[in-house]
Write a protein that binds this ligand. Sequence first.
Ligand SMILES: C[S@@+](CC[C@H](N)C(=O)[O-])C[C@H]1O[C@@H](n2cnc3c(N)ncnc32)[C@H](O)[C@@H]1O
Ligand code: SF4
Length: 362
Amino acid sequence: MQSKESNTKINTLLHSPLLYIHIPFCDSKCNYCAFNSYTNLNHLKKEYFNAIKKQLLNDIEKFNVTNFETIFIGGGTPSTMPISFYEKLFKLLEPFIKNTQEITIEANPNASFEWLKEIKNLGVNRISFGAQSFNDEKLKFLNRNHSSLQAIKTIENAKKAGFDNINLDIIYSTALDTYALLQNDLKTIDSLPITHISAYSLMIEENTKWEGDFSKRKEDEKLEIWFIDEVKKRFNQYEISNFGKKCLHNLGYWKHKEYLGIGAGAVGFIKNFRYYTQNDVYEYIKNPINYKYEHLNKKDLKKEKIFLGLRSIIGFEKNLLNENEKEKVKILISEKKLYEKNKKIYSYDFLLADAISAYILD
Ligand SMILES: C[S@@+](CC[C@H](N)C(=O)[O-])C[C@H]1O[C@@H](n2cnc3c(N)ncnc32)[C@H](O)[C@@H]1O
Ligand code: SF4
């Protein structure tokens, strides 16, 4: 990690980056969650709009944006914001979304039918539900504030509201997971009108209710492999955790495209700089354009390109490598771990990305 320095100036001629907008509000805090999200700051929602407006207009001008290629509104829980918030937001965005291919919003699977219809009408064309599971006991264990039935109804409502591009986030490898539980989740998944699954193995993170408590995780590699194989039978895997109709926004991240990061704790990437806004929502509202910058040198960028390429169908350019690294890749190709196509290197198994990139770059 590079050191962060304040007030570095980035001059760039940027026209069509991706846009990420962070909504840091949630109705309840999940036991595993380390995201920048809060349940006790709802009174700040109005001021939060003014702050993201200020940051958005600042960044659009500073980086010469004429269009956003894709947009992702994530959180936190974007579905906790009223439609009036998004009406104002899309008014601001209107001149920049004429050629936007994909607009995703994250939602809790208890959003109302009205909210879903209205958000669709505003131009959002992809929705991502934090379903996690369809087992009520597991949902309680995770401290989710929706039930399995509610989730099923909400996902069906999203389809009725006109969404053809629906993702479900699923968490596996929790202490409660069994073949029977996951099989039941898969059965429910099969019955739903979805196009994409993001499946995440539970991570025990710092600054969460479960910090340090590894008993909440189940270490059962056989069960994990079986579950991922079942997901793969239903949806094409295109990244370590992602399956189905490709999310253009996430593909953009992995291809190292430039993006604006708007909102408290958001991260942007312009030229060879990452920029970070303030995590603290009060501080962010006070000054939404107080950034810290992190410069990525050639070596950092190369490492990221190789790592992200090996985790996904994107692969990486062979000419990034020096002679010694090319020799190592040759060995991995002979061992059928990697393959080469059109001067790019790809992995057969995205789960090996960590180990393979460490070996190549060691
Ligand atoms: C940006 S988060 C939040 C989306 C939305 N707030 C929700 O939970 O409904 C996206 C996903 O990351 C996953 N996730 C968050 N924390 C995790 C953890 N500690 N381990 C594994 N997956 C996690 C969850 O599946 C979550 O839905
Ligand atoms: S997982 Fe999603 S809903 Fe749960 S606390 Fe984190 S951001 Fe909020």
